[in-house]
Design a protein around this ligand. Structure first.
Ligand SMILES: NC(=O)c1ccc[n+]([C@@H]2O[C@H](COP(=O)([O-])OP(=O)(O)OC[C@H]3O[C@@H](n4cnc5c(N)ncnc54)[C@H](O)[C@@H]3O)[C@@H](O)[C@H]2O)c1
Length: 249
């Protein structure tokens, strides 16, 4: 119960990683709010959070829409009075070769993976600054660190996630003396349901790139989120933590 009494907001909460993180935060005693476009998925996550005896709140704004995000966060703040932990997990990649990429594909990737982080953090930060306490955890990607060697055709995604890392470090400095920490995770390939579609050849090629020869496990990633969300991590800010089995060494 390292997060007893904490109020956590998870974006992408209906997703493969977000759903596991939301349940783990609740297991550690936090109330959890989920933002995601997927209303059915949020319902399933809400059931898991409630099963831990914690409060659950859900909303389905498009996180690329700053006005919709502000309204959703204001609605949550009106009910809960504050937010202690923000996990920016919404996002996702799309393969597109650079020489074929349209401006629309580029913009969509930047909006999905970087503008969403800006919109939600911008809406949540004033409440954290007012209470002089907060934990912001952004999910970037190893693609931002190693240029997308695990998945070719990821220039827009890698650029957006590198933007998340830049935002993380710059904001960490900006708010460091106000009780708010800002950190990022840089996961490599995780054992999410999407990976079940890998052909044996694709899986072997992937594992050849990972020194541990294993995919990351979402439940382990969720434990790292708990660590960064906990009060005792107050001295850790501006960090980009790889969870990639050594891929980025
Ligand atoms: N799964 C991996 O191996 C891996 C590796 C590195 C980084 N990541 C990152 O981790 C995060 C979560 O990945 P995942 O595997 O759980 O993906 P996922 O696709 O399962 O979940 C992402 C969730 O974000 C939501 N979302 C996306 N855009 C949105 C928008 N505009 N508004 C509201 N909701 C939106 C989707 O509805 C979805 O539920 C992503 O940022 C991803 O880039 C994942």
């Amino acid at each position: 119960m390292r997060l007893q009494g904490k109020r956590a907001l998870v974006t992408g909460a209906a997703g493969a990683l977000g759903s596991v993180i939301a349940a783990e935060l609740a297991a550690e005693g936090a109330d959890v709010a989920g933002l995601d476009l997927d209303a059915d998925g949020l319902e399933r996550v809400g059931a898991a959070v409630r099963a831990h005896g914690r409060r659950w709140h859900a909303a389905t704004p498009d996180l690329t829409d700053a006005t919709a995000v502000q309204a959703a966060v204001d609605g949550l703040l009106a009910q809960w009075g504050g937010i202690d932990v923000l996990l920016n997990g919404a996002g996702g990649g799309a393969v597109s070769w650079f020489h074929e990429m349209t401006p629309q594909t580029w913009n969509t990737q930047i909006e999905r993976n970087l503008t969403t982080v800006f919109n939600v953090t911008r809406a949540v930060l004033p409440a954290m600054l007012a209470q002089r306490d907060g934990r912001i955890i952004n999910i970037a990607s190893v693609a931002a660190v190693s240029g997308g060697r695990l998945v070719r055709g990821a220039t827009a995604y890698a650029a957006a996630k590198a933007g998340v890392i830049g935002l993380t470090k710059a904001l960490a400095i900006e708010v460091a003396d106000q009780g708010v920490t800002v950190n990022a995770l840089a996961p490599g390939a995780q054992a999410t349901p999407g990976r079940d579609r890998d052909t044996p050849e694709r899986r072997a090629a992937l594992l050849d790139q990972i020194p541990t020869r294993a995919l990351g496990r979402p439940e382990h990633l969720a434990r790292t989120v708990v660590f960064l969300a906990a009060p005792e991590s107050v001295n850790t800010t501006g960090v980009v933590l790889p969870l990639d089995g050594g891929h980025s060494i």
